[in-house]
Design a protein around this ligand. Structure first.
Ligand SMILES: [Zn+2]
Length: 288
């Protein structure tokens, strides 16, 4: 081939690539959720989400009071570490190492009477003391922490933020994206990661909640916790919510539906369950 033709073709190819990249940005990116294989459309990058959530986490922890109960704090940290290790191993084994490379796991038990917990994108886990009377056992705590970590792994905050951006800015959502630190995104992020009604840390869609239940069950099992603890835990929650509805859980699917789903998923989750976590356990592959 003539050198100049080859050069021009390279130039054309480069231009086509640039156009494709621009189009990809315009429509956001399509991400595949680990374990479930569901496709989601994201308008915000991992970096944008991490920068927003890190800011909000620092602000939250600056005023939060850490638990003074050493034994409970140790249990929460151990449980969170086992789950995060299992998640990282799973993602690495499935070609998703890049997804967790930016994670900086932090696990806290804080003084707060609400039955609540959350995991911010990037692995910042917070458990409220008020959750522990409901979980009672470390296995049940692992069910809740697995669920919260699943929200982060499945990028539900990015998904919700993307939907909010489309709703708020419509066709101009792309313009919002052009500057990674644009004022609009920054402002949206403040609301999104705050603790108000529109927070992306609560009020996920029912389908996202179910997805987190499913993934969390498997993550807990991978970490060596008995997934069947989920059934008795949710039964306790259902009984307890008659008198004092834990605010956080009120957004979640109805207890009956949730328990029915968990019972349906248990046989699959149990395949991942090894009572004592061992480094020699072969890693499971994707199920779907
Ligand atoms: Zn949830």
């Amino acid at each position: 081939m003539h050198p100049s033709i080859s050069y021009n073709m390279k130039k054309v190819k480069f231009l086509l690539l640039a156009v494709a990249a621009a189009l990809l940005t315009a429509c956001g990116t399509t991400n595949t959720v680990p374990l479930t294989g569901r496709k989601q459309n994201l308008l915000v990058s991992d970096q944008q989400i991490l920068s927003l959530s890190t800011q909000q986490y620092s602000q939250y922890m600056a005023t939060a009071k850490r638990s003074t109960d050493a034994a409970k704090t140790a249990m929460v940290k151990r449980c969170g570490e086992r789950i995060s290790n299992a998640v990282v191993s799973y993602l690495k084994a499935n070609g998703l190492a890049a997804d967790v490379a930016a994670y900086k796991w932090e696990i806290n038990l804080v003084q707060d009477k609400s039955a609540n917990a959350f995991c911010m994108p990037g692995g910042k886990i917070v458990v409220y003391e008020g959750l522990l009377p409901f979980t009672q056992t470390e296995d049940a705590l692992a069910i809740v922490m697995g669920h919260e970590v699943a929200h982060a792994v499945a990028k539900h905050s990015a998904e919700k933020l993307s939907k909010q951006m489309k709703a708020q800015y419509g066709a101009q959502a792309l313009g919002v994206l052009l500057g990674s630190q644009s004022a609009a995104l920054q402002q949206l992020g403040q609301t999104a990661f705050g603790f108000g009604a529109n927070s992306v840390l609560r009020g996920f869609s029912r389908s996202n909640e179910s997805e987190a239940d499913y993934m969390g069950l498997i993550f807990a099992a991978m970490a060596g916790y008995d997934p069947s603890a989920a059934v008795t835990f949710w039964q306790r929650m259902a009984a307890g919510s008659q008198s004092s509805i834990p605010e956080f859980f009120s957004d979640h699917p109805s207890d009956e539906k949730r328990i029915a789903n968990i019972q349906k998923w248990l046989p699959e989750a149990k395949k991942y369950y090894k009572p004592q976590q061992s480094t020699s356990v072969p890693l499971p592959g994707r199920t779907k």
